[in-house]
Ligand binder design. Sequence first.
Ligand SMILES: [Zn+2]
Length: 175
Amino acid sequence: MKNNFLNKMDFIIFVVIFISLLVIYMNYTNTKKFKENPISKYSKQQIEDKRVELVSIIEKKFYLSLDIPIIVMDNKNLIFKNSRAWGITEYKNGNIKIYIKKNILKESEKYVLNTVLPHEFAHAIMFKNNHFYEGKEGHNSKWKEICETISNDTCSMYVDREKVVKQKIDAFFSF
Ligand SMILES: [Zn+2]
């Protein structure tokens, strides 16, 4: 009787360990696949749709034509060197470009669309109006006001971990 119980426990423990290892392995291969491949067509389209939406909002609200590219870059790219930022808005010789870190799309695509992109476009609007880094590396009250005008977000300088997790959970339950 006792022996039988132990065997059952052994079996349960074996199954639990086996499933855990399987989950770890699947997670590992998914991460590897994501790292080695370009972002999906679906993600690309989501970003492009959001870009077009923001460009049109900016045209209406600020009378500015900001048809600028969004470039998804590998984390190892020089543009992100020594930076913990998820996105960077670059102003070079009058040209504005927005860079997004590739692996954050894996973290939370919704957060990128709803928070990171408006955040970066607000920087672009500031640049376009010749406001360059007046305090808080450009994240001043003027920037915040612009960012909140073009999004439904409470814009902040840093990544809001809580919001990322929340949007991740929302995305999970929306399937
Ligand atoms: Zn910023």
